[in-house]
Write a protein that binds this ligand. Structure first.
Ligand code: PEP
Ligand code: MN
Length: 339
């Protein structure tokens, strides 16, 4: 349940309530900057009635609390003037990995030409094999940052480890947390303490509840700028890299106020199917897409099979234009938003 404090409540009073709850066997957690306290169990109203500085309480009928629709109706925020949120959609595209200056600048120029506002590209790559290309590290971050600055794009790049937080935050506008780190709860907790928006990808084996609880780790630290991303889940079928779980998009939107985008590139693992799954995700209501593209897909140093060529990506954009009435959300809207 969530306890909401009156505006006049002091820190000492909130701490007093927490101590009182603790003595009765209830752990609780204050959410920084929000005058609320999460109590994961149901507390008897009688116990809370002693505290005149409580405004009201709300019982959320799920394990996840702060990410739930019951707690909040919508999440909306801006990244350098571009709207992100429940009623908007955004397109993020770029290579799996930043490989060299030519590749990332060519990609940035191409995206800008097509009015795309977000470039992706990993500098620190989570690779299954330690012998695969693992990214350019800081050099890669600098390159994508420079390319984005040149073409007025926003950078989305992955943070793999807490030790790199300052470095990655310096060069990015949205920090991506990959599938493998969705359950790195300590890392998620630390991301709650910063103000950079976070793109949280679903763990490849995560249930919806686990995914939203991971989101709660970030939200309960006080960072409300959060986007979810469905990127396919593991299955038994060796013919597909993952199963793109499109059904989870409307499901999560019914449960949560957080925007959820789709990553059909990792979802299918095959460039031939990215277009179909991208459109299907958008029509299912996704708040955007993250698509891997490469100036020369065959030569990509990571995820070559799933990278769209520039032509194929332009084809996808043209087809999204055709199905716009079914998408019903402005894509990369930049008019000003009252939050
Ligand atoms: C990626 O976006 O390049 C990536 C590694 O994705 P995921 O964490 O979903 O595997
Ligand atoms: Mn990739």
């Amino acid at each position: 349940m969530i306890v909401f404090f009156k505006h006049t409540a002091t820190h000492a009073q909130m701490a007093e309530m927490q101590l009182h709850l603790k003595q009765s066997g209830f752990d609780s957690q204050l959410v920084p900057g929000q005058r609320i306290c999460i109590v994961p169990k149901l507390v008897d109203q009688e116990l809370l009635s002693h505290f005149s500085f409580i405004s009201h309480t709300q019982v959320i009928p799920h394990a996840f609390q702060l990410s739930s629709r019951e707690f909040k109706q919508e999440t909306n925020f801006q990244v350098n003037g571009v709207q992100i949120g429940t009623n908007f959609a955004n397109i993020i595209a770029g290579p799996c990995s930043v490989e060299n200056e030519k590749q990332i600048f060519e990609t940035a120029a191409f995206l800008a030409k097509n009015n795309i506002k977000f470039i992706r590209g990993g500098a620190y790559k989570p690779r299954t094999s330690p012998y695969s290309f693992r990214g350019l590290g800081k050099e890669g971050l600098k390159l994508i940052h420079e390319a984005a600055k040149t073409y007025q794009l926003n950078v989305v790049t992955e943070l793999m480890d807490l030790s790199l937080l300052d470095e990655v935050a310096t060069y990015s506008d949205i920090i991506q947390i990959g599938s493998r780190n969705m359950a790195n709860f300590y890392l998620l907790g630390e991301l709650g303490k910063i103000h950079t928006p976070i793109l949280l990808k679903r763990g490849m084996q995560a249930t919806v509840s686990e995914f939203l609880l991971a989101a709660d780790y970030i939200l309960s630290g006080g960072n409300e700028k959060l986007i979810l991303c469905e990127r396919g889940i593991r299955s038994f079928d060796p013919l597909s890299r993952n199963v793109m779980d499109i059904g989870v998009i409307p499901l999560i939107q019914s449960l949560s106020h957080l925007p959820i985008i789709a990553d059909p590139s990792h979802g299918t693992g095959d460039a031939r199917f990215v277009n179909a799954l991208a459109k299907a995700s958008m029509v299912a209501g996704a708040n955007g897409l993250m698509v891997e593209i490469h100036p020369n897909p065959k030569a990509a140093l990571s995820d070559a099979n799933q990278a769209l060529s520039f032509d194929a990506f332009e084809q996808l954009l043209a087809e999204l234009e055709l199905i716009k009435p079914a998408i019903q959300k402005p894509i990369d809207a930049t008019y000003s938003l009252v939050v």
